[in-house]
Write a protein that binds this ligand. Structure first.
Ligand SMILES: NC(=O)c1ccc[n+]([C@@H]2O[C@H](COP(=O)([O-])OP(=O)(O)OC[C@H]3O[C@@H](n4cnc5c(N)ncnc54)[C@H](OP(=O)(O)O)[C@@H]3O)[C@@H](O)[C@H]2O)c1
Length: 308
Protein backbone atom coordinates (compact mmCIF):
# COMPACT_ATOMS: atom_id res chain seq x y z
CA UNK A 1 0.00 0.00 0.00
CA UNK A 2 1.44 3.40 -0.99
CA UNK A 3 1.77 5.77 1.92
CA UNK A 4 1.72 8.79 -0.37
CA UNK A 5 -1.43 8.51 -2.42
CA UNK A 6 -4.68 7.84 -0.62
CA UNK A 7 -6.58 5.18 -2.58
CA UNK A 8 -9.45 2.76 -2.02
CA UNK A 9 -6.89 0.40 -0.48
CA UNK A 10 -6.87 2.73 2.52
CA UNK A 11 -10.59 2.33 3.18
CA UNK A 12 -11.12 0.08 6.20
CA UNK A 13 -13.87 -2.52 6.26
CA UNK A 14 -17.28 -0.86 6.24
CA UNK A 15 -19.01 -4.03 7.47
CA UNK A 16 -21.95 -3.18 9.72
CA UNK A 17 -22.18 0.40 8.48
CA UNK A 18 -25.22 1.95 6.82
CA UNK A 19 -24.25 4.62 4.30
CA UNK A 20 -26.67 6.87 2.45
CA UNK A 21 -25.57 8.50 -0.82
CA UNK A 22 -27.53 11.12 -2.72
CA UNK A 23 -27.28 11.15 -6.51
CA UNK A 24 -26.10 7.54 -6.45
CA UNK A 25 -27.29 6.56 -9.91
CA UNK A 26 -24.55 8.40 -11.79
CA UNK A 27 -20.96 9.62 -11.77
CA UNK A 28 -19.29 10.08 -8.37
CA UNK A 29 -22.29 8.82 -6.38
CA UNK A 30 -22.45 5.59 -8.38
CA UNK A 31 -18.71 5.01 -8.03
CA UNK A 32 -18.87 5.70 -4.27
CA UNK A 33 -21.76 3.21 -3.96
CA UNK A 34 -19.72 0.60 -5.81
CA UNK A 35 -16.61 1.08 -3.66
CA UNK A 36 -18.38 1.30 -0.30
CA UNK A 37 -20.52 -1.78 -0.96
CA UNK A 38 -17.35 -3.65 -1.99
CA UNK A 39 -16.02 -2.77 1.49
CA UNK A 40 -19.05 -4.39 3.09
CA UNK A 41 -21.25 -1.34 3.77
CA UNK A 42 -25.01 -1.49 3.42
CA UNK A 43 -25.46 1.33 0.91
CA UNK A 44 -28.71 3.16 0.51
CA UNK A 45 -28.57 4.65 -2.94
CA UNK A 46 -30.94 7.50 -3.65
CA UNK A 47 -32.02 8.69 -7.07
CA UNK A 48 -34.70 10.98 -8.44
CA UNK A 49 -35.15 8.57 -11.33
CA UNK A 50 -35.76 5.01 -10.11
CA UNK A 51 -35.17 3.44 -13.54
CA UNK A 52 -31.70 4.97 -13.64
CA UNK A 53 -31.18 3.92 -10.01
CA UNK A 54 -32.09 0.31 -10.80
CA UNK A 55 -29.70 0.31 -13.75
CA UNK A 56 -26.96 1.54 -11.42
CA UNK A 57 -27.71 -1.30 -8.98
CA UNK A 58 -27.57 -3.88 -11.80
CA UNK A 59 -24.21 -2.47 -12.87
CA UNK A 60 -22.75 -2.87 -9.38
CA UNK A 61 -24.31 -6.30 -8.83
CA UNK A 62 -22.85 -7.58 -12.10
CA UNK A 63 -19.42 -7.35 -10.51
CA UNK A 64 -20.42 -7.88 -6.88
CA UNK A 65 -23.52 -10.03 -6.55
CA UNK A 66 -23.35 -9.85 -2.74
CA UNK A 67 -23.39 -6.04 -2.60
CA UNK A 68 -25.89 -4.85 0.04
CA UNK A 69 -27.75 -2.12 -1.82
CA UNK A 70 -31.15 -0.50 -1.40
CA UNK A 71 -32.63 2.09 -3.70
CA UNK A 72 -34.87 4.91 -2.50
CA UNK A 73 -36.50 7.74 -4.39
CA UNK A 74 -35.32 11.23 -3.48
CA UNK A 75 -35.77 14.40 -5.49
CA UNK A 76 -33.76 17.14 -3.81
CA UNK A 77 -35.49 19.82 -5.84
CA UNK A 78 -38.77 19.14 -4.04
CA UNK A 79 -39.15 19.60 -0.28
CA UNK A 80 -42.19 17.25 -0.26
CA UNK A 81 -40.05 14.47 -1.74
CA UNK A 82 -37.35 15.06 0.90
CA UNK A 83 -39.91 14.84 3.73
CA UNK A 84 -41.43 11.69 2.22
CA UNK A 85 -37.96 10.17 1.88
CA UNK A 86 -37.11 11.02 5.49
CA UNK A 87 -40.36 9.47 6.77
CA UNK A 88 -39.67 6.26 4.83
CA UNK A 89 -36.05 6.20 5.94
CA UNK A 90 -37.07 6.52 9.61
CA UNK A 91 -39.58 3.67 9.19
CA UNK A 92 -37.07 1.35 7.54
CA UNK A 93 -33.73 2.02 9.20
CA UNK A 94 -32.55 2.50 12.77
CA UNK A 95 -29.01 3.65 12.05
CA UNK A 96 -27.09 5.94 9.72
CA UNK A 97 -23.32 5.80 9.99
CA UNK A 98 -22.49 8.02 7.03
CA UNK A 99 -24.57 10.52 5.09
CA UNK A 100 -22.96 11.51 1.80
CA UNK A 101 -24.48 14.68 0.35
CA UNK A 102 -23.30 14.27 -3.21
CA UNK A 103 -26.09 15.00 -5.72
CA UNK A 104 -25.81 18.15 -7.74
CA UNK A 105 -26.81 19.99 -10.84
CA UNK A 106 -24.52 22.35 -12.76
CA UNK A 107 -24.90 25.17 -15.29
CA UNK A 108 -28.43 24.70 -16.67
CA UNK A 109 -28.52 26.97 -19.70
CA UNK A 110 -31.78 28.61 -18.74
CA UNK A 111 -32.78 29.61 -15.24
CA UNK A 112 -34.74 26.70 -13.80
CA UNK A 113 -36.67 26.56 -10.54
CA UNK A 114 -37.23 23.85 -7.96
CA UNK A 115 -40.73 22.78 -6.97
CA UNK A 116 -40.78 25.46 -4.25
CA UNK A 117 -39.48 28.05 -6.74
CA UNK A 118 -35.85 28.37 -5.75
CA UNK A 119 -33.15 28.69 -8.40
CA UNK A 120 -32.40 25.06 -9.20
CA UNK A 121 -28.69 24.97 -8.29
CA UNK A 122 -29.09 26.77 -4.95
CA UNK A 123 -32.36 24.92 -4.29
CA UNK A 124 -31.04 21.43 -5.05
CA UNK A 125 -27.35 21.54 -4.18
CA UNK A 126 -27.71 23.55 -0.98
CA UNK A 127 -31.29 23.88 0.30
CA UNK A 128 -32.27 20.29 -0.55
CA UNK A 129 -29.29 18.88 1.31
CA UNK A 130 -29.75 21.35 4.19
CA UNK A 131 -33.29 20.07 4.69
CA UNK A 132 -32.31 16.41 4.25
CA UNK A 133 -29.48 16.64 6.78
CA UNK A 134 -31.70 18.40 9.33
CA UNK A 135 -34.37 15.71 9.00
CA UNK A 136 -31.84 12.87 9.39
CA UNK A 137 -29.90 14.45 12.25
CA UNK A 138 -31.72 12.39 14.91
CA UNK A 139 -30.69 9.07 13.30
CA UNK A 140 -27.12 10.31 12.85
CA UNK A 141 -27.06 11.36 16.52
CA UNK A 142 -28.27 7.99 17.71
CA UNK A 143 -25.59 6.19 15.63
CA UNK A 144 -22.24 6.25 17.46
CA UNK A 145 -19.32 7.86 15.65
CA UNK A 146 -21.40 8.90 12.63
CA UNK A 147 -20.28 11.13 9.83
CA UNK A 148 -21.54 13.57 7.21
CA UNK A 149 -19.54 13.99 4.00
CA UNK A 150 -20.38 16.94 1.76
CA UNK A 151 -19.49 17.25 -1.92
CA UNK A 152 -18.50 20.79 -2.91
CA UNK A 153 -16.50 21.99 -5.93
CA UNK A 154 -13.46 24.01 -6.89
CA UNK A 155 -16.05 26.34 -8.42
CA UNK A 156 -16.82 27.59 -4.91
CA UNK A 157 -13.83 29.89 -5.48
CA UNK A 158 -13.74 30.24 -9.28
CA UNK A 159 -13.27 33.85 -10.36
CA UNK A 160 -15.85 33.64 -13.14
CA UNK A 161 -18.42 32.46 -10.61
CA UNK A 162 -17.95 35.60 -8.45
CA UNK A 163 -18.53 33.36 -5.45
CA UNK A 164 -20.71 34.86 -2.78
CA UNK A 165 -24.07 34.36 -1.14
CA UNK A 166 -26.36 36.83 -2.88
CA UNK A 167 -28.79 37.40 -0.04
CA UNK A 168 -30.54 40.22 -1.94
CA UNK A 169 -31.25 37.93 -4.87
CA UNK A 170 -30.64 34.31 -3.83
CA UNK A 171 -32.69 32.99 -6.73
CA UNK A 172 -31.28 35.31 -9.38
CA UNK A 173 -34.69 36.78 -10.17
CA UNK A 174 -33.07 40.00 -11.35
CA UNK A 175 -30.29 38.60 -13.49
CA UNK A 176 -29.35 34.96 -14.11
CA UNK A 177 -25.80 33.79 -14.66
CA UNK A 178 -25.43 30.00 -14.50
CA UNK A 179 -21.78 30.20 -13.35
CA UNK A 180 -22.53 32.60 -10.51
CA UNK A 181 -25.53 30.54 -9.42
CA UNK A 182 -23.48 27.32 -9.36
CA UNK A 183 -20.63 28.95 -7.43
CA UNK A 184 -23.10 30.30 -4.89
CA UNK A 185 -24.51 26.80 -4.36
CA UNK A 186 -21.06 25.22 -3.94
CA UNK A 187 -19.85 27.96 -1.59
CA UNK A 188 -23.07 27.36 0.36
CA UNK A 189 -22.17 23.65 0.64
CA UNK A 190 -18.91 24.56 2.41
CA UNK A 191 -20.35 27.31 4.60
CA UNK A 192 -22.96 24.78 5.69
CA UNK A 193 -20.39 22.03 6.30
CA UNK A 194 -18.17 24.24 8.47
CA UNK A 195 -21.06 25.82 10.39
CA UNK A 196 -22.63 22.41 11.05
CA UNK A 197 -19.28 21.15 12.29
CA UNK A 198 -18.91 24.16 14.64
CA UNK A 199 -22.44 23.77 16.01
CA UNK A 200 -22.06 20.02 16.58
CA UNK A 201 -18.76 20.53 18.36
CA UNK A 202 -20.20 23.31 20.53
CA UNK A 203 -23.01 20.96 21.54
CA UNK A 204 -20.62 18.02 22.12
CA UNK A 205 -22.44 15.90 19.57
CA UNK A 206 -20.39 13.04 18.18
CA UNK A 207 -20.91 13.52 14.43
CA UNK A 208 -17.93 14.34 12.20
CA UNK A 209 -18.56 16.64 9.23
CA UNK A 210 -16.00 16.66 6.43
CA UNK A 211 -16.16 17.87 2.87
CA UNK A 212 -14.52 17.25 -0.46
CA UNK A 213 -14.27 18.23 -4.10
CA UNK A 214 -13.45 15.95 -7.03
CA UNK A 215 -11.33 18.32 -9.11
CA UNK A 216 -12.41 17.92 -12.72
CA UNK A 217 -13.86 14.46 -13.21
CA UNK A 218 -15.49 12.92 -16.22
CA UNK A 219 -19.16 12.35 -15.32
CA UNK A 220 -22.58 13.34 -16.60
CA UNK A 221 -22.36 16.69 -14.79
CA UNK A 222 -21.30 18.49 -17.96
CA UNK A 223 -24.53 17.51 -19.74
CA UNK A 224 -25.70 21.14 -19.89
CA UNK A 225 -22.44 22.43 -21.35
CA UNK A 226 -21.89 22.61 -25.11
CA UNK A 227 -20.24 20.11 -27.44
CA UNK A 228 -16.81 21.76 -27.09
CA UNK A 229 -16.67 21.40 -23.32
CA UNK A 230 -18.06 17.87 -23.36
CA UNK A 231 -16.14 16.41 -26.28
CA UNK A 232 -12.89 18.35 -26.13
CA UNK A 233 -12.11 19.98 -22.76
CA UNK A 234 -13.57 17.23 -20.59
CA UNK A 235 -11.93 14.47 -22.61
CA UNK A 236 -8.59 16.23 -22.46
CA UNK A 237 -8.51 17.44 -18.87
CA UNK A 238 -10.93 15.50 -16.73
CA UNK A 239 -9.74 12.60 -14.61
CA UNK A 240 -11.33 9.19 -14.35
CA UNK A 241 -14.28 8.76 -12.04
CA UNK A 242 -12.31 6.18 -10.01
CA UNK A 243 -9.86 8.94 -9.02
CA UNK A 244 -12.35 11.81 -8.76
CA UNK A 245 -14.44 9.85 -6.25
CA UNK A 246 -11.53 9.41 -3.83
CA UNK A 247 -11.85 12.78 -2.03
CA UNK A 248 -15.47 12.16 -0.98
CA UNK A 249 -14.60 8.55 -0.08
CA UNK A 250 -11.79 9.84 2.09
CA UNK A 251 -14.07 12.40 3.77
CA UNK A 252 -16.57 9.58 4.38
CA UNK A 253 -14.26 6.83 5.64
CA UNK A 254 -10.73 7.84 6.61
CA UNK A 255 -10.52 7.15 10.37
CA UNK A 256 -8.11 10.10 10.78
CA UNK A 257 -10.58 12.68 9.45
CA UNK A 258 -11.41 15.57 11.77
CA UNK A 259 -14.51 17.72 11.70
CA UNK A 260 -13.99 20.64 9.28
CA UNK A 261 -11.51 18.79 7.04
CA UNK A 262 -11.76 19.38 3.30
CA UNK A 263 -10.20 17.00 0.77
CA UNK A 264 -9.40 17.45 -2.90
CA UNK A 265 -6.79 16.87 -5.56
CA UNK A 266 -3.78 19.16 -5.66
CA UNK A 267 -2.36 18.69 -9.16
CA UNK A 268 -3.05 20.92 -12.17
CA UNK A 269 -4.63 23.76 -10.25
CA UNK A 270 -6.57 21.28 -8.06
CA UNK A 271 -8.18 19.65 -11.10
CA UNK A 272 -6.49 16.26 -10.91
CA UNK A 273 -4.80 13.90 -8.52
CA UNK A 274 -5.25 11.92 -5.35
CA UNK A 275 -7.06 13.43 -2.36
CA UNK A 276 -5.17 15.51 0.12
CA UNK A 277 -6.21 17.85 2.88
CA UNK A 278 -6.76 21.20 1.12
CA UNK A 279 -7.93 24.67 2.09
CA UNK A 280 -11.05 26.25 0.69
CA UNK A 281 -11.52 29.96 0.03
CA UNK A 282 -11.27 32.49 2.87
CA UNK A 283 -14.94 33.28 2.30
CA UNK A 284 -15.96 29.69 3.00
CA UNK A 285 -14.54 30.01 6.54
CA UNK A 286 -16.41 33.28 7.22
CA UNK A 287 -18.46 32.57 10.35
CA UNK A 288 -20.70 35.58 9.98
CA UNK A 289 -21.60 34.67 6.41
CA UNK A 290 -22.18 31.05 7.46
CA UNK A 291 -24.43 32.11 10.34
CA UNK A 292 -26.49 34.34 8.07
CA UNK A 293 -26.84 31.58 5.46
CA UNK A 294 -27.86 29.13 8.19
CA UNK A 295 -30.68 31.38 9.41
CA UNK A 296 -31.93 31.99 5.87
CA UNK A 297 -31.75 28.26 5.07
CA UNK A 298 -33.75 27.37 8.18
CA UNK A 299 -36.38 29.94 7.25
CA UNK A 300 -36.61 28.79 3.63
CA UNK A 301 -36.70 25.05 4.36
CA UNK A 302 -38.64 25.33 7.64
CA UNK A 303 -36.29 22.80 9.24
CA UNK A 304 -34.96 23.48 12.72
CA UNK A 305 -31.79 21.67 13.68
CA UNK A 306 -32.03 20.19 17.15
CA UNK A 307 -28.65 20.41 18.87
CA UNK A 308 -30.05 19.94 22.39
N1 LIG B 1 -17.58 15.97 -12.08
C1 LIG B 1 -16.91 17.02 -11.67
O1 LIG B 1 -15.88 17.41 -12.25
C2 LIG B 1 -17.34 17.78 -10.46
C3 LIG B 1 -16.57 18.87 -10.05
C4 LIG B 1 -16.91 19.56 -8.90
C5 LIG B 1 -18.00 19.14 -8.15
N2 LIG B 1 -18.75 18.09 -8.56
C6 LIG B 1 -19.92 17.72 -7.73
O2 LIG B 1 -20.02 16.32 -7.62
C7 LIG B 1 -21.38 15.95 -7.37
C8 LIG B 1 -21.75 14.76 -8.23
O3 LIG B 1 -21.71 15.13 -9.58
P1 LIG B 1 -21.17 14.17 -10.74
O4 LIG B 1 -19.95 14.80 -11.28
O5 LIG B 1 -21.16 12.77 -10.29
O6 LIG B 1 -22.31 14.40 -11.84
P2 LIG B 1 -23.50 13.48 -12.35
O7 LIG B 1 -22.96 12.24 -12.96
O8 LIG B 1 -24.34 14.36 -13.19
O9 LIG B 1 -24.26 13.09 -11.02
C9 LIG B 1 -25.06 14.04 -10.35
C10 LIG B 1 -26.08 13.30 -9.56
O10 LIG B 1 -26.92 14.24 -8.90
C11 LIG B 1 -28.27 13.86 -9.16
N3 LIG B 1 -29.22 14.96 -9.07
C12 LIG B 1 -29.27 16.11 -9.78
N4 LIG B 1 -30.37 16.80 -9.46
C13 LIG B 1 -31.01 16.08 -8.50
C14 LIG B 1 -32.22 16.25 -7.77
N5 LIG B 1 -33.03 17.29 -7.98
N6 LIG B 1 -32.57 15.31 -6.87
C15 LIG B 1 -31.78 14.22 -6.67
N7 LIG B 1 -30.66 13.98 -7.35
C16 LIG B 1 -30.29 14.91 -8.25
C17 LIG B 1 -28.22 13.30 -10.57
O11 LIG B 1 -29.42 12.60 -10.88
P3 LIG B 1 -29.86 12.43 -12.43
O12 LIG B 1 -28.94 11.41 -13.02
O13 LIG B 1 -31.28 12.01 -12.34
O14 LIG B 1 -29.69 13.78 -13.08
C18 LIG B 1 -26.99 12.43 -10.44
O15 LIG B 1 -27.29 11.24 -9.78
C19 LIG B 1 -22.21 17.21 -7.59
O16 LIG B 1 -22.55 17.77 -6.36
C20 LIG B 1 -21.24 18.15 -8.33
O17 LIG B 1 -21.53 19.50 -8.08
C21 LIG B 1 -18.43 17.39 -9.68
Amino acid sequence: MSTKNWTVEHIPSQQGKTILITGANSGLGLEASKVLSSKGAHVIMTARNLKSGNEAISLIKKKNADAKLDLMHLDLSDFASIHKFSDEFHQKYGQLDVLINNAGVMFPAKRELTKQKFEVQFGTNHLGHFLLTGLLLDVLRSTPNSRIAIQSSGQHKAKMGKPDIYFDDLNFDKEYNKYIAYSQSKLANLLFAYELDRQLKASHIDITVASAHPGYTKTNLVRHTGFFVQAVITNLLAQKVEIGTLPILRAATDPNVKGGDYFGPTKMNEMRGYPELVKSSDKSYDRELAGKLWKVSERLTQVIYNFK
